[in-house]
Design a protein around this ligand. Structure first.
Ligand SMILES: [Zn+2]
Length: 433
């Protein structure tokens, strides 16, 4: 049975062995209890057992403490490669979506800061709504830390995770954000005090043009939830909610008409006030959405990457001019999205995936624009552009090196579909469109 010990031990196997040893310790402790114990009343015996268990527990805690102490050693020193300097006249703000990799990867894990704690529906059924609401509270608390980190690093523009309050818009298990009102107000006060813009991008299930009333109803609930979150933060008109045209349902013209009907007849004034549309790379390009946006005075967020994959027949400069005019009419600061294809991407599916970082600002980019960088390296992608273009000084300790061998696979996702979805959800990557 000890033959295995001659082989190098896999860390997991070591852990398994440790568990076995701990279990046998417990067993011995109970066995070596004096025989007299057997004569004690069941209560005394139980009490002794509990004392022994507690001793064991404290021993285990000590061991764990040692492990934790090991883990809290100083952060590793990162070697940050130089960047090639470029010039720009850009004076606007760069932002990132939902997740801060430096804060998310803090060790030990209990120090990790992120706003996309979520769960499966089964867990709500098992643990109750109060439990899921507590995840939302923790997410909102961590948002305060993220905003302050952004401030310290000259980033004044961020998209909030659409997972902030998990299942808040669910037809059965949904809940209002009343319970979190003071905390949300604090978040909003901090963002306003520092002059940060916070936006939202409700999930891909938000389909304003669906022919199914139940899909429209759930889309409206999703928008209402995001709107409630922003309203409770007291955020102004720049805090917009971005949605795509969605599916085409075999008839683009009829679907566009349904989108118009939903916006004009179904959405509440509060939701409509925050709604903006974005061109996508599969169904509705900028040219498809512009007439509707202009007619309804709904701003269009121009996404350069989507436009490269599904271009319009009108030039970018013209689209941007018309899109910005709607923002200006509405008194909302214009915004756009930027991402790049992963190196070596050739097929449409490969080109759809976002690169870890962006290497260039677009030539058509207006000088005073809020530009959301939709890249896998999140805040690192913003700092990368800061360094390339000398936009802002960067704090050396905030920098992390880029992946030396970025593959076509998107980072951090495992092989199975379920794990992929889970990883994407946990990391707020589902928001990165
Ligand atoms: Zn986008």
């Amino acid at each position: 049975m000890f033959r295995g010990l001659c082989l190098p031990l896999h860390p997991r196997r070591t852990l398994l062995m440790a568990t076995t040893v701990r279990r046998s310790l417990r067993f011995q402790a109970q066995q070596t209890t004096p025989l007299a114990d057997d004569l004690d009343s069941p209560r005394t015996s139980e009490k002794r057992k509990r004392t022994l268990d507690e001793e064991e527990v404290s021993k285990i805690d000590e061991q764990r403490g040692a492990k934790v102490a090991k883990k809290t050693r100083p952060d590793p020193t990162y070697i940050i490669p130089d960047v090639t300097s470029k010039e720009t006249t850009f004076k606007g703000r760069l932002g990132y979506a939902c997740l801060n990799t430096v804060l998310r990867n803090k060790k030990p894990a209990k120090d990790s800061v992120f706003c996309s704690r979520t769960c499966r529906l089964d867990s709500i059924k098992k643990n109750g709504t109060e439990w899921v609401k507590d995840l939302g509270r923790k997410n909102a608390e961590d948002l305060l830390t993220m905003i302050q980190w952004n401030e310290d690093n000259d980033i004044k523009f961020m998209r909030m995770s659409s997972e902030m309050f998990p299942f808040a818009s669910h037809p059965l298990h949904g809940y209002t954000l009343e319970y979190c009102a003071p905390l949300l107000a604090r978040v909003g006060e901090l963002a306003k005090k520092l002059g940060h813009r916070l936006t939202a991008h409700p999930g891909q299930f938000t389909q304003l043009g669906s022919p199914k009333p139940e899909v429209i109803a759930s889309s409206v609930r999703e928008l209402e939830y995001h709107c409630e979150m922003m309203d409770r933060m007291g955020l102004g008109v720049d805090s917009v909610m971005i949605v795509h045209g969605g599916g085409m349902y075999d008839d683009k013209t009829a679907t566009l008409a349904r989108i118009k009907e939903t916006i004009t007849k179904v959405l509440s004034p509060a939701v409509r006030a925050r709604l903006v549309l974005e061109n996508d790379e599969m169904c509705y390009n900028a040219e498809d959405l512009l007439p509707l946006c202009e007619e309804l005075d709904v701003p269009l967020v121009f996404d350069y990457h989507h436009d490269a994959l599904f271009p319009s027949s009108i030039p970018r400069s013209e689209i941007i001019k018309r899109a910005n005019a709607i923002f200006v009419r509405r008194g909302i600061k214009p915004k756009q999205h930027l991402s790049e294809c992963r190196p070596g991407a050739t097929t449409l599916m490969e080109r759809r995936a976002h690169a870890d970082r962006c290497q260039s600002l677009p030539v058509e980019l207006p000088d005073d624009m809020d530009l959301m960088i939709e890249a896998k390296d999140k805040e690192q992608a913003v700092l990368h552009l800061y360094r390339i273009y000398g936009l802002h000084p960067v704090i050396q300790e905030s920098l992390r090196p880029p992946d030396e061998n970025p593959s076509m696979e998107t980072k951090g996702r495992k092989s199975t579909k379920r794990q992929k979805t889970k990883a994407a959800k946990e990391e707020g990557k589902g928001d990165d469109e």
